[in-house]
Ligand binder design. Structure first.
Ligand code: AHR
Length: 628
């Protein structure tokens, strides 16, 4: 019998909730398995870096609770007790037990990333709460740590008022990405938006005692802060204790985690021990739900789920405490009502957009959602008018693909005042107040640009100069801004690459052709590469190059983004070289989010789609399967 079956049998033979000890193997550490009896199909491994901290414990509780709804699944938990080498061994052991999927949370991204990449080659991996480097995983669930640090900085600025305040920052584990990102968000915002000074940053390793000890040393040396920003509530409590010890009053304290338990952030705010905290969801419940979707091979699952965090101060703590006690997050508001969704599509500029519209229409039909679909014909003014009309019609949810990033504050405020949630589909907006929209669903455009750049770097090895023409999408639109940024990030690392010119386009084939004619007139045979921000513009460029008498794909390398069927055709016949996928099939995820919203379930702040890249060989192979 395989080890996997031995383990499953052991669990199945146990009680409704089983517990297996592997003390011999791990010198007394525990590995727990949870589940009820029945036919076992799936074995999930959960690897924690440290089950000491309250936030990680909460994550574990959520996983245990949620998994109990799935009778055919068993779970094994491991706890590396804050030892990275141990976590590597834990993951190997879990693999030896024959797990079907790994859920992993890491402290040290440097050590754990290579191991997780290896596991990902064999089974699906969900990285939870604490990130790894790169994209070698099936799904990441967590929140935006940089935004968390930025929000804490804004709160610090408002707490300190006009005086030139002195701040001590207490960081979490120094090897963890989440500490690094929170620090970045905090420091950048303090520097940019205030005259306060961060007089010292200390390492509290996420632990209350360590934060308390380190702070005492500073206070003893005479340091007198006006505010302490601790990257979690446990360390914020440690800071409070240190201040108490020195009988220092009036220092403001900000934490993060926002748990509702003894010494959790919510209670600390309520008691006035700290001034503010941020509820940062652990994602435990979502991880199990997505794990089951992955194991059941549900198509179209996202690559990244970014959960929303919430600021809690004395002004709103009672609302949060009440809501936790009533468990509103899982209550159902409108189970039997048909949902009315207003969707303001930006236009019909590209093959991608047509596929996107089709996906939304068919998913709405399948989900039983009443869809009011209007097309703004690529005019921002028209798009705003459509949204205003939806508000008047009292739709339940509004979704739209904003043409550009700017100019949305007014209409989003109108929707918020009317109590209608707004989902940004495909493109993001640039507004200061992040509560004006509920969720973003779409691609990581920066990463798409990087992927195009990386392929180019791997394609041109010699030391010869490479001259690039960039055909940009709509000026100030999220995909154009981000794809440019990602691509530049990569090509600037190679001194042989030079950008001859960037032409501003609008994602249409027509414009792509016109811009390429212009480029050829100006630079002719000097051009080695065309990087187009979408396939339609690349296809237009191909026509222009052929008419000019050169061979696209050979004389000039063509790379673009979207991966539509028409691009696959061009790749297959050698006229294009590489395309980066940007999935337009957002309908099913959008309808899921709309339904969750109407059922009172908090939806993620960002849902990022899973995407691939295609060269000529891959495109040829997949041409007939391509859906759009
Ligand atoms: O916003 C997504 C972009 O918009 C697609 O890449 C492009 O083809 C479309 O017009």
């Amino acid at each position: 019998m395989s080890l996997r079956n031995v383990i499953i049998t052991l669990i199945a033979a146990g009680t409704a909730i089983g517990l297996i000890m592997f003390g011999d193997l791990y010198g007394g550490r525990e590995e727990q398995t949870v589940h009820s009896q029945g036919n076992v199909k799936y074995l999930i491994g959960v690897s924690h870096p440290n089950l000491n901290g309250p936030w990680q414990i909460q994550m574990n509780k959520e996983i245990k609770k949620e998994i109990s709804h799935y009778k055919d699944t068993r779970v094994i938990f491991t706890d590396a007790v804050q030892n990275d080498a141990q976590q590597v061994r834990d993951i190997h052991s879990l693999m030896n037990y024959g797990i079907d999927l790994l859920i992993v949370s890491v402290d040290n991204a440097n050590t754990l990333t290579p191991v997780i990449s290896e596991v990902y080659k064999k089974i699906p991996v969900i990285v939870l709460g604490r990130g790894v480097k790169g994209y070698d995983y099936t799904l990441y669930i967590g929140f935006d740590n940089q935004l968390n640090g930025k929000m804490a900085a804004k709160e610090a600025i408002s707490l300190l008022g006009n005086k030139r305040g002195k701040i001590i920052q207490v960081e979490g584990n120094k090897d963890s990405l989440q500490a690094e990102e929170r620090t970045k968000g905090f420091e950048e915002t303090i520097k940019r938006e205030s005259s306060h000074t961060i007089i010292r940053t200390i390492n509290g390793n996420w632990m209350r005692d360590k934060a308390e000890d380190e702070l005492k040393l500073l206070l003893k040396s005479g340091m007198a802060p006006d505010l302490i920003y601790a990257q979690n509530d446990a360390m914020a409590l440690g800071a409070y204790r240190a201040l108490q010890d020195f009988k220092i009053k009036g220092v403001r304290i900000i934490g993060s985690d926002g748990l509702n338990e003894e010494n959790g952030g919510l209670r600390l705010v309520k008691k006035g021990t700290i001034d503010a905290t941020y509820i940062t969801p652990t994602g435990g419940i979502k991880a199990v739900q997505y794990a089951m979707d992955i194991l059941h091979k549900v198509p179209g699952l996202p690559k990244k789920i970014i959960l929303r965090d919430h600021k809690v101060t004395k002004n709103n703590v009672d609302t949060y405490l009440r809501s936790f006690n009533n468990d509103v997050t899982s209550s159902s508001k409108n189970k039997h009502k048909r949902i009315k969704l207003g969707f303001a599509q930006v236009g019909s500029e590209s093959e991608w957009r047509l596929a996107n519209t089709d996906s939304i229409v068919s998913a709405a039909k399948k989900s039983g959602i009443d869809l009011l679909l209007r097309n703004a014909d690529y005019s921002q003014k028209k798009q705003i008018d459509i949204i205003r009309k939806f508000i008047k019609q009292h739709v339940d949810v509004i979704a739209f693909s904003p043409k550009t990033e700017e100019g949305w504050e007014g209409i989003l405020k109108e929707a918020k005042e009317a109590g209608i949630p707004v989902i940004l589909s495909d493109r993001e907006v640039d507004v200061e107040d992040q509560t004006l929209w509920t969720s973003f669903l779409g691609s990581d455009f920066v990463e798409e640009g990087r992927r195009a750049g990386k392929w180019l770097s791997s394609h041109f090895h010699s030391a010869k100069p490479v001259h690039i023409i960039e055909l940009e999408g709509t000026v100030n639109s999220a995909p154009a801004v981000d794809r440019k940024q990602g691509f530049n990030e990569i090509i600037k690392q190679n001194p042989n690459f030079s950008l001859l010119h960037s032409y501003a386009g609008d994602f249409t084939m027509n414009k792509g052709k016109k811009l390429m004619e212009k480029a050829l007139a100006e630079y002719g045979k000097e051009i080695n590469v065309v990087y187009a921000h979408n396939d339609d513009m690349a296809l237009g460029a191909i026509e222009a190059i052929e008419e000019y008498g050169l061979k696209p794909g050979q004389d000039i390398v063509i790379i673009s983004i979207d991966a539509t069927k028409k691009a696959f055709n061009s790749l297959s016949v050698g006229k294009m070289n590489f395309t980066v996928e940007c999935s337009p099939l957002l309908g099913p995820q959008l309808m899921k989010a709309v339904k969750d919203l109407e059922n009172g379930i908090e939806i993620p702040q960002r849902i990022i789609t899973s995407e691939e890249t295609f060269d000529q060989k891959q495109a040829k192979k997949m041409l007939y399967q391509r859906a759009y």
